[in-house]
Design a protein around this ligand. Structure first.
Ligand code: WQD
Length: 336
């Protein structure tokens, strides 16, 4: 039996694949490589000394998915494939709704056809939208404010509905907070194809002088130093959380939602200072206006994951900055 990881060549997917392979779990990766490099597959093989099955399949391609499920016995799907840029989703909502929701519907249709009913879905804290209630628990109001977050919430609701439709379905939804860091080998990590939207890859590209300086979006937030606070979680902790979810769902009929965050919030300036301390590299920055849609403070109540999944993040902010830095230093121009 195989575990299928959709989007398994991506930043988070590749780290999940490695954690599964570490446990000798048989993995199939599908990825359309629209936002990831095939070089990551080589790196996975180097790190694990094993060769996972990989197919360049788009989740919207029903024929290829049908071929896959016909020819391979799949027990569980860990579903990450999808577009994930908040900014791009505002400019191109049709692409996001078509790809993320349409692709998931195609995937679920083929899963059902081949009696594959266990799915772990990669969701996001963006489904919470604007909220002042901190820390955020899974019971908080859901009110995404951008098309990307809305696609994640629509897919969550679709999964809740299919769970109710047929007793054979089992669903775990994992809401990620802010994934950062990289595998300790420095061989895989966050490698945005364009100018980074997210803070950590932007900082590491400034550190390797690919970018001139960091623009800090706003210093008038209602926080200790005026800059935005987020719940950064090491990508390996996040990956381990998926393995814990996989084991948790075995032999159960469940449909559960978990926040995957550390429960600790750090400001932009705290992250910059920590990065400078662990890397020894000064990060030039300047304050500019707030970015539309940004909130003051977001951090997780992840007590449910701790209790039920035995999810206990192991890495601190120093580790996150160190591992991000090592990856970027080893790959100043990404996966060449
Ligand atoms: C973090 C903080 C910015 C860049 C996003 C998505 C979310 C999830 C994680 C997918 C904020 C500040 C950032 C920069 C800055 N992705 N910042 N200068 O916005 O919390 O979450 O990524 O699921 O869906 O919304 O992460 O890293 O963009 O921002 O000052 O160049 O850093 O204002 O306070 P965010 P981020």
């Amino acid at each position: 039996m195989y575990v299928l990881v959709t989007g398994g060549i991506g930043y988070i997917g590749s780290h999940i694949v490695l954690e599964l392979m570490k446990l000798d779990i048989k993995v199939i990766i599908i990825d359309n490589l629209s936002n990831s490099s095939i070089k990551v597959l080589d790196r996975i093989i180097i790190i694990s000394n094993k060769i996972p099955l990989f197919f360049n399949i788009d989740i919207n391609d029903e024929n290829k998915l049908d071929w896959l499920f016909l020819n391979y016995k799949i027990s569980t799907v860990i579903h990450l494939a999808g577009f994930k840029s908040v900014g791009d989703s505002v400019k191109n909502p049709i692409n996001y709704y078509h790809n993320n929701i349409g692709g998931t519907i195609t995937l679920l249709t083929v899963m059902k056809k081949y009696n594959v009913y266990d799915i772990i879905f990669s969701s996001s804290a963006t489904v919470y939208g604007v909220t002042k209630l901190m820390p955020i628990s899974e019971k908080c109001a859901l009110n995404p404010i951008n098309p990307y977050g809305k696609t994640k919430l629509y897919i969550e609701n679709l999964l809740l509905d299919i769970f109710k439709s047929n007793i054979q379905w089992n669903v775990i939804i994992l809401r990620y907070f802010n994934p950062v860091g990289a595998h300790k080998s420095g061989l895989i990590g966050d490698n945005p194809s364009l100018i980074p939207n997210n803070l950590m890859p932007y900082i590491t590209q400034v550190a390797v002088k690919k970018l001139e300086k960091l623009f800090i979006y706003g210093k008038d937030y209602n926080t200790k130093d005026g800059t935005g606070i987020r719940d950064y979680i090491h990508v390996v902790d996040l990956a381990v959380g998926h393995v814990k979810a996989l084991f948790y769902m075995q032999n159960k009929h469940i449909c559960e939602i978990f926040n995957l965050g550390t429960g600790i919030g750090y400001s932009v300036l705290e992250l910059v200072k920590t990065f400078e301390a662990v890397s020894g590299v000064k990060i030039n920055f300047t304050f500019v206006d707030r970015r539309a849609g940004d909130l003051d403070i977001i951090y997780a109540d992840s007590s449910l994951a701790r209790e039920k999944l035995e999810f206990h993040p192991q890495f601190n902010l120093d580790d996150m900055c160190t591992d991000s830095w090592i990856f970027q230093k080893n790959n100043p121009d990404g996966y060449l």
